[in-house]
Design a protein around this ligand. Sequence first.
Ligand code: MN
Length: 285
Amino acid sequence: MKTLRQIISGVHPHWVGDGFPVRSLFSYAESDRFDPFLLLDYAGPHHFAPAEAPRGVGEHPHRGFETITIVYQGELAHRDSSGSQGVIQAGDVQWMTAAAGVVHEEFHSERFTRDGGTLEMVQLWLNLPAKDKMSHPKYQGLVDSEIPRVLLPNEAGTVRVIAGTFQGTRGPAQTFTQVNVWDVQLADSKQAELSLPEGHTSLMIVQSGVLRIDGQPIHAAELAELERAGSEVQVAAESSARLLVLTGEPIGETVVGQGPFVMNTRVEITDAILDYRNGRMGHLT
Ligand code: MN
């Protein structure tokens, strides 16, 4: 059995740019116990009135890790220094490997800006092993239709497998290390037994409803951290519940980060800052 280690609750939202009212449920700046995960921002649900100018975050860099953007409601647009751009719709996931360096912007899409509506999304930062930190940047635009759904027994709900494997069904994301990213919906008053890998950092972020693990209630916008030891965990929904399940094999390397750069040494951070300032991560055009 995997047992509950702690619940993170009471995190206050803050704005990222003018588009993303997020709760940072954890950050590498505070603790390395969530290795290989570096940061998790949970946004919403938040209603935006129709507007003229897109809200969001302007040009900024990343180096040394991956950003995974999961859109549940609303619609985002991104544009980056490689000239790639696109729209991330509800149900879609953008898996961006910043690696050696990406400069990008993240905004509400034109349509969402014009029409307004509810935004709900997660942005997860996933660390890369030292040997892969300076590899070429890449994008995986995972659309809803290619993310497989697995039905839980006893009509307990569904699991969308974004990355890793759930009961033999493999998600589409290509990853550098062993991770699972599952979008789980549990039906009202149902329970399920989930099997998580022994030794993995194991997290559950509740988005709606109330989840119970080891008898403890976990509410919306709260995070449950499970012990790395053990594998099976019983989850029960008090009302219907949606949760994001993350597991990852710890990388176990020193993390030195500053803002959007996460490397292994202070010298590498200085290099990242200089490379960005000198345009070596590119520019938006
Ligand atoms: Mn970014």
